[in-house]
Write a protein that binds this ligand. Structure first.
Ligand code: FMN
Length: 219
């Protein structure tokens, strides 16, 4: 017994098979706000340990912030290149690893390792499950983006410590957090009434994704 038609099942398996990490050939146009909201909503529907929802999605469009993060990436990339022998460094140098400036939207994803929501259920024995939950949310976003025709690339090639301070002061202040993200954080009932929303990056693990509409070629 299933609620899904054969076509719907096929579409889901197709999206899973065709999802790709994308970090080039982004179109310069802005990502449609409704589309972005839908993929963020998909992320927020992910399972999480104790329904703690420890993820935070921070939508970053401002070029100055993306340029600062790109500089963090360049530093980390230079360190990585220096650690390889010449042949490996040449191969590594040929990879497209960023897309931070090319994509019209970046999403900084943080994980609150000690979320108030969820009362610690499950995390007492396996604290790493907060991060597992955040990864589930990112995968939801990645798949939703695929069906929307948005390319998403996951960039871990920056030291989060190098931009955590910048993020906390420039991106994560309540006044600059996106309304979409705020709305979505509140949109799901929590079993804990005093659930906190949007703790900043200082004690969190941070990831970065870039997204934009992919140029005509399919992903
Ligand atoms: C946790 C995680 C971190 C990643 N970090 C990077 C990264 O820093 N740079 C990069 O180029 N790709 C990164 N990727 C993308 C992987 O390289 C990519 O998923 C993998 O090569 C498989 O390709 P596919 O996603 O298109 O199937 C990351 C993927 C995951 C799941």
């Amino acid at each position: 017994m299933t609620d899904f038609t054969p076509a719907e099942r096929a579409a889901l398996y197709r999206a899973i098979a065709l999802r790709r990490d994308v970090r080039a050939e982004f179109l310069p146009e802005a990502v449609d706000a409704g589309m972005l909201e839908r993929v963020l909503a998909a992320a927020h529907q992910a399972p999480s340990v104790g329904l703690s929802q420890p993820w935070r999605f921070i939508v970053v469009r401002e070029f100055a912030i993306r340029r600062a993060v790109h500089e963090c990436f360049l530093r980390a990339n230079a360190e990585a290149t220096a650690s390889y022998d010449a042949a490996t460094a040449a191969r590594y140098g040929a990879l497209r690893l960023a897309g931070i400036l090319d994509a019209p939207v970046n999403v900084c994803i943080t994980c609150d390792d000690e979320p108030a929501r969820g009362n610690g259920l499950g995390r007492r024995t396996m604290p790493e499950t907060a991060r597992y939950s955040t990864v589930c949310a990112i995968q939801n976003l990645w798949l939703a983006a695929r069906v929307e025709g948005l390319g998403v690339g996951w960039s871990a090639s920056s030291n989060p410590r190098s931009f955590a301070h910048y993020s906390a002061s420039r991106i994560v202040s309540p006044s600059s957090r996106t309304s979409a993200s705020d709305t979505l954080q509140r949109s799901r009932p929590s079993p804990i009434s005093n659930a906190t929303v949007g703790k900043h990056a200082s004690r969190s693990q941070t990831s970065w994704t870039t997204s934009g509409t992919k140029a005509a070629r399919s992903l």
